[in-house]
Design a protein around this ligand. Structure first.
Ligand SMILES: [Zn+2]
Length: 459
């Protein structure tokens, strides 16, 4: 099945995100051996044959989406339990996560993956939330999606229930995790170093983990404790801003991805640009969490300096959804409003972050992120036979401002159709939903982490 050739024929538009950013009207794509072997006008590819031909007359085709920060372990089972005015839910988050069993994590991860892939995501970074990768491997295998995994490690006291080790042990664990997992699933699985944050990890440990990432030619991601308060504290303690501190201990570079990265100042943005460090920003999480994007969001400046910015959804209890189209929408509208400036984050830029820039931020830009001959065939076909896609003149505006992931019709990863006419075939969804609901009930009972269900009486 893997090497079946595939032709996507007569697409209404193919949004290539190639070097010229061509949008091909009435386009076709030929896929052989899991890679794109041809893309162009349908008439020019009319003679090309394939084992399977997908009629794309009513489809807009884009590259697959990259979710740069997506905790998938615990939250589906307890999605929506935190009241809006709870404040930081992190204490509860880590208690719930710590209480997950292997079987529970498998099912919640499987549900997250179903949601991701049905919304067009072909690759996600789980920043260390998965405790039982052996148990979850079957879900990654069955879904056919790309996964970037790592073991969450810390070596310092933290207010949360995080896995803590001696410094050397954390580094050794990470090295053996990377050796065990990196490159599996025909290269669809990458293993990275995943220290939780600079506050919970010593400089020695971060240095050691960066070395592991460099030696194995893989990546490192961590939560970036940035912003004015963090800056004040770091300047007092180290004489350096948080981002400069990471640079001073050798923990920035082209294989490093910092999550969230709100509240950076110009010197910190320069530091990221200088070192080639990438960031994953979660616009919906920032808005829903009241993180002050008008004051602290620097996405336009990061992009202007050439910093690779990926989009993320954070978790089903942060943004709450796993739909990168909605994240693109938020990024594009959030900055226009925050700056009262309609030139900020055009729809095209939002789509670039979800595709080519996102792929580059995850170190995958040479192989993925655009529809070009030679690249791996990861594609999303949107269904334009839906009211929200009418009328259609500018496919990118329609995608980013009108549509959402619900119009994802077909998804292809490595040339394999993983969502076919809205359907995935790797799991019985009704059974899975019931199972995860059950897990959520058990998990709340076991941990005592529960809240009033609603401000309104449920009778
Ligand atoms: Zn996170």
């Amino acid at each position: 099945m893997r090497n079946q050739s595939l032709k996507i024929e007569n697409a209404r538009y193919v949004v290539t995100v190639d070097t010229q950013r061509r949008i091909i009207q009435d386009g076709s794509i030929l896929i052989e051996g899991g890679r794109i072997s041809g893309v162009g006008k349908a008439a020019d590819l009319a003679g090309a044959m394939a084992d399977r031909v997908i009629d794309a007359r009513h489809r807009v085709v884009t590259p697959g989406f990259f979710n740069g920060h997506m905790h998938i372990s615990y939250a589906h089972a307890v999605r929506g339990i935190f009241p809006d005015d709870l404040g930081s839910p992190l204490v509860h988050v880590f208690n719930l996560q710590a209480a997950m069993t292997e079987e529970e994590e498998y099912y919640t991860s499987l549900l997250a993956i179903v949601e991701l892939v049905k919304n067009g995501t072909v690759c996600f970074v789980d920043p260390g939330s998965t405790k039982f990768p052996d148990a979850c491997l079957q879900a990654y295998t069955d879904a056919g999606i790309r996964v970037i995994l790592g073991e969450c490690v810390t070596d310092r006291e933290s207010p949360w229930n995080l896995p803590r080790y001696a410094t050397g042990e954390a580094v050794a664990r990470t090295a053996s995790f990377v050796q065990k997992w990196h490159g599996r699933l025909q290269g669809r699985l990458s293993a990275w170093a995943m220290p939780f944050s600079p506050e919970t990890c010593s400089a020695d440990m971060l240095r050691g983990l960066k070395q592991v990432a460099d030696e194995h030619r893989t990546g490192l991601t961590l939560h970036h404790g940035s912003g004015p308060q963090a800056r004040k504290e770091y300047l007092a303690r180290h004489g350096l801003r948080p981002t400069e501190y990471l640079e001073s201990i050798g923990t920035l570079g082209p294989n490093v991805l910092l999550a969230h990265a709100l509240g950076l100042d110009d010197a910190e943005i320069d530091c990221l640009a200088r070192t080639g460090t990438s960031v994953a920003m979660c616009p919906v999480t920032a808005a829903k969490g009241g993180r002050g994007v008008p004051e602290h969001g620097r996405m336009p400046e990061l992009l202007a300096k050439g910093v690779k910015v990926a989009l993320g959804c954070d978790s089903p209890n942060n943004s709450n959804h796993l739909d990168l189209v909605r994240s693109m929408n938020m990024a594009a509208v959030q900055y226009k409003d925050a700056r009262q400036d309609l030139r900020q984050i055009p729809a095209e830029t939002a789509l670039e972050m979800a595709t080519l820039i996102g792929a580059r931020a995850l170190g995958l830009g040479n192989e993925l992120g655009s529809i070009e001959p030679g690249k791996k065939a990861d594609l999303v076909l949107f269904d334009t036979q839906r009211p929200e896609w009418q009328a259609l003149f500018n496919p990118i505006n329609n995608l980013v401002y009108n549509a959402d992931g619900r119009s994802v019709h077909t998804v292809i990863v490595d040339g394999r159709v993983v969502v076919d006419a809205y359907r995935q075939s790797f799991v019985d969804e009704a059974r899975l939903f019931a199972k995860v609901q059950e897990i959520g009930e058990r998990l709340q009972a076991r941990t005592g982490v529960t809240f009033p269900r609603s401000r309104w009486p449920i009778v």
